[in-house]
Design a protein. Sequence first.
Length: 194
Amino acid sequence: MVVRRGFAVALVVFCSAAPDTGRAAESVRTELDLDKCHHTPGSTDEDYGSWHCKGYAGIVVYVTAGDQRSYMSYGRNAKAEPAAAQTLSAFNSLGRTIEWRVDRTGNGTLKPFATIIRWNTTIASEAELVRGQVLVVTRLAPGAICHVGYVDAGVNANANILAQTISDQRARKFRCGSDRPVVLGERGAAFSMP
């Protein structure tokens, strides 16, 4: 556990194959605790404001929320990135762990190219509220930052592996605005997309 300026960052590294490049991608996990981030209040009841958090390798994590939905983007220009306007159609909230998919460079440095985070969803059916979880894969810079794909974590036992597969096979070359995000695995009643 590494603690810097009051923001706890838990680092865990895992490996998996990256079939599209032949490179092995790894994972680093950090905590997302909005209570420890800089918050700017919203201007209306349904505008919950924005949070600026420090992510892995100093990357800015930018979160906004309103109308019971969350939005999440990354980087210096996070507010202007496509991801800042992307959410799920269901009411949702963010999980507390960001998985950063990273490549190991020639000098051993870890360079993030995508993130995976669990979004908690709530869908109103005729009889009840159906709660679920969706893993959202987001590509990082260079290039635009946007959603690459989705996995229903409530019905797929291997949801983390499926999300890593989307990340490792698609995120590096994904073109925001022209390529369509993918869904891997089964979809349950609480699954939601944009």
